[in-house]
Design a protein around this ligand. Structure first.
Ligand SMILES: [Zn+2]
Ligand SMILES: [Zn+2]
Length: 216
């Protein structure tokens, strides 16, 4: 494992800036890995899986330290809005959930009262604070299905309605048809136009920003 300072440099490069959230994420991951006995996340990357519970700064830092990524299926994002992450050793089954303590912010504020910039003070405090002041730890067990693990897809079916391919059992059975989640009623978007690259759609669509649909 690298040092906190080394991870801070790497995380700042990958995230675009250094911030208190990232220090929290780095320390959270270092603590989590140590707790499950993984000392070299690069060497042990194949046996490591991480669940993150928030899509904010800390998550990018967790990814830098663990090497776990969404595109490798080794990073799982659960939208719970909590600065917390669970680190799983796939080989031993050992897992620990690390959650940032809510009172850490107040403690951090009190630590460097002479630093004028609140952001800098918080960042310095998160570097210096004791782990037990920053985090709560729980030994946990995570049930993982084969279709959730890294590696080749376990299955692929075509949605009976839209025809798009769905991997790894994410389809839904509705009556006697297999549908993608969107066609099964879980659609998070509304189609305003469709077509190929050369269609009208591209020309019409190019002037619009995402989220502006229906606004004018
Ligand atoms: Zn940030
Ligand atoms: Zn579909």
């Amino acid at each position: 494992m690298k040092t906190l300072e080394e991870y801070i440099t790497l995380a700042a490069q990958s995230h675009g800036h250094m911030c208190p959230g990232q220090v929290l994420g780095i320390r959270m991951a270092m603590l989590g890995l140590r707790s499950i006995g993984i000392d070299d996340p690069v060497k042990d990357r194949k046996r490591l899986l991480t669940f993150v519970e928030i899509d904010r700064c800390a998550t990018d830092a967790v990814s830098v330290v663990t090497g776990c990524r969404l595109g490798k299926r080794s990073l799982k994002f659960l939208d719970y809005g909590k600065v917390a992450a669970t680190f799983v050793d796939l080989e031993t089954g050992r897992a620990v959930r690390v959650a940032a303590r809510d009172d850490a912010r107040a403690k951090a504020k009190a630590m460097f009262p002479d630093v004028a910039d609140a952001h800098q003070a918080q960042l310095a405090a998160y570097k210096a604070m004791e782990s037990h002041d920053l985090f709560d730890l729980q030994a946990v067990r995570v049930k993982l299905k084969p279709e959730d693990l890294p590696g080749r897809p376990h299955s692929r079916v075509a949605c009976a309605q839209c025809g798009e391919g769905v991997n790894d059992g994410r389809e839904r059975r509705v009556g006697d048809r297999l549908l993608c989640r969107s066609c099964a009623g879980e659609r998070y978007y509304e189609v305003v136009a469709s077509g190929g690259e050369d269609s009208e759609f591209r020309i019409q669509g190019s002037g619009h920003k995402a989220g502006a649909a229906g606004a004018s």
